[in-house]
Design a protein around this ligand. Sequence first.
Ligand code: K7E
Ligand code: CUA
Length: 864
Amino acid sequence: MKKYLHIMCYVTLGFLFVTQTVLAESQFQEIMKKRGLTEEDAIAALKVYNPSGKHDEYYVFVGGGQSGQVLVYGVPSMRPLKYIGVFTPEPWQGYGFDTDSKEVLRQGNVRGREINWGDTHHPALSETDGKYDGEYLFINDKANTRIAVIDLKYFETSQIVVNPIFKSTHGGAFVTPNTEYVLDTCQYAAPLTNDYYPIEAYQDVYRGGVTFWKFDRQKGKIQQKESFSLEFPPYMQDLTDLGKGVSEGWAFTNSINSELYTGGIEKGLPPFEAGCSRNDTDFLHIYNWKKLAQLAKDDKNIKIINGHRVIPIDVAVKNSALFLVPENKSPHGVDVSPDGRHIIVSGKLDTHASVYDFNKIMKLIQNRDFEGKDSYGIPILDMKKSLYGQVEVGLGHLHNTFGKEDGTIYSSMYVDSQVVKWNYKELKVIDKIGIHYNVGHLEAMEGKSADPQGEYLIAINKLAIDRFLPVGPLHPQNNQLIDIGGKKMKLLLDMPIPLGEPHQGASIRASKIRPEVRFIMGTNSRTGKPHVGKTLAGQEKIERKGNHVSIYATVVRSHINPERVTVNKGDHVTMYITNVERAQDETHGFTIDHYNVHTSLEPGETTQIDFVADIEGVFPYYCTEFCSALHIEMMGYLLVKDPNKNYEWIQKTKMQSLSPEELQMEYKKIRASNKATDEVIQSLFFFLEEKNYTKYTTVKNLVDDAKDQYAKIDLEREKSAKAYQKNDINNAILFENMIWQYMIKTADSAIRAKDLLINNIATPKSESAKKGEIAFREGGCSGCHVIGKISSGPDLIGVLKRHRNAQQWVAEYIKDPQSKFNEPYMKKLIEFFNLKMPNQNMSDREIKDIIEYFKWIDENADLF
Ligand code: K7E
Ligand code: CUA
């Protein structure tokens, strides 16, 4: 008999399992059919979908092109995470609208001129031993010859440096394997001084070059005094890469104008594009940065141009630190393999990719085996003798990125609109995939580091054409995610970028990035140091010195202190604002209407705003981030008066006021509600203490925040008591109101802490109970039932014990509530709540799951 029962159980279970799978499958089919998806589409969707709360595996940073910003998104979901303001003002972050960030942005002034945009191309992550370490990101501005430093502790721009000698750059930012230097290479040649020379002086005076920005990792800053440049002939240098492993200490830069052509289409001469591609080859520049860094330290090796140390070509040549080797004409990308031995040059106008062998190059240099010299005296190596080999990859080869398996490289074919996977050691093509459309850069995960991860590849395309809903003639950009984990490349997802044209991308494992979630109290986020205007709660003040007014303000849910500031027209106003919150994500914004100032204040941050109060009037100021239920009340007034005017008005409006009895009643009412609220808070704290909340860091942070809020109540109590003693009932009521505000904020954090704690310590939910919880929420049950509380419907703890044969009873009741309404117990309940439970049309499966969820609740009844 027993055995028979067992078999019955298996049969039923098996049956259930099968019906469930069939059900899921038919649902799948139905959705696919409805949305017109193929099986392959559905698989792609599964590979990129992240349910709410699940994080991505990689960060990707891409240059924001003409937006002058950096875009950050996650892979594989391709969900955007942040735009980092770099060369362009960015109001959300207050970037360019508060004094501290303006100081950074204005470091980017060029020859005294404010420049408020940039053309960001190549982000570079800081490296240790050629591997990404997740500390800093560097980004170039092709248009205005600048490099910026982004501190990945805060994801904020902390420094901008302007190239002192180049009028155009492109080959930046690229870092040495331990981030000693950030390289930025000249693109369009020009005189290195700021003087005029006619175009006829091109060969003699115009120059290219490469700048080595010295990076101080401890300070997180580029040291301009210790930086230097190497002069190049005006070959119009393009991209660069640094040697690593065997080739560490060397760098490689290609170029596009060995012809030294100077254009002249307006004079009937052939245009640049023709003149620059006349020769069959251009020059790859090979130079030893370690040697150059030594040379630059000695004054006799350099000349000073615009206050900057420059090593002339002849000094580099004399010290065997600079060589050339021909490369197929008008190349674009140059990329050093993860082990440093192979150097791959993309032949934009040639169907061949060229693989140079560093060992061969070194041998030729050691034997001084040169094919000649260029007109600037630089030794030229023989191309054939330097090559490891060439592979026919396709048309319009622009960029490369490396895969995980040895020898694997992915290359973009702009003209063919393809990504080609090939092996640079075996010199053979492995796979090709079509791209929509015209791919430029491409980035396999950590594909330019010494430790490529493979898995995914991003095609950073130049055209989107018909991929997205049309939004007028200016189309979004398209970044495409490709699965490279298998044998064949598979396209997974398109992501429109509505921002600017991203060029290069840099990706890194999420585990390597360790950003802060709050600042140490009073930090200037742009320097990482304590802000001079750091103000703690209770230290708020307004100071005047002559016509300079300084305001030391704080912001916290949900008020700005001070709330009224009166100044004279013409005063210089400095406002220091500190966000004294400690809770994660409790950001406040701050603006004064009509004064073009804005800042974002993350928890613990202090920022400064400066302006001249040059227009008279009344200017509300307010918090710009929806930070709490009373966010809209988070405001104040700047009042600017003209000291030479008399202001008069006659008071006409009389507000109706409350009688003393009414005031007393209101006072009693709010006192009673504060008492009741406090009891709830005490029970929350009691629960948290009893369950040792300090063991769980995130819970502890929330409780700390709650206690911070609660600690503010004492002072308000005193004020309320004082007002009451003076018979100032009106203000006593307002202070009691403030107490209530703090209590609500306390309860808000404490309830979140409690929920989190319950999640941590409750017995684990079975799969079925998990589904039951979802069904309970999404099916509408939670609209009336709150676990652990009587709300619009009864508490459901113990519901499985309230009836005879309770599980069956509950199941029947959910299935058809009406059938039970006449039972005496139910009649009472319906009367009490004045509500009848509606039929939510739950399936049998869902009902079963919900009962499992109820069982879990009963197991953990003491937690609610
Ligand atoms: Cu091909 Cu700047 Cu790397 Cu675009 S890049 S031009
Ligand atoms: Cu603070 Cu809104």
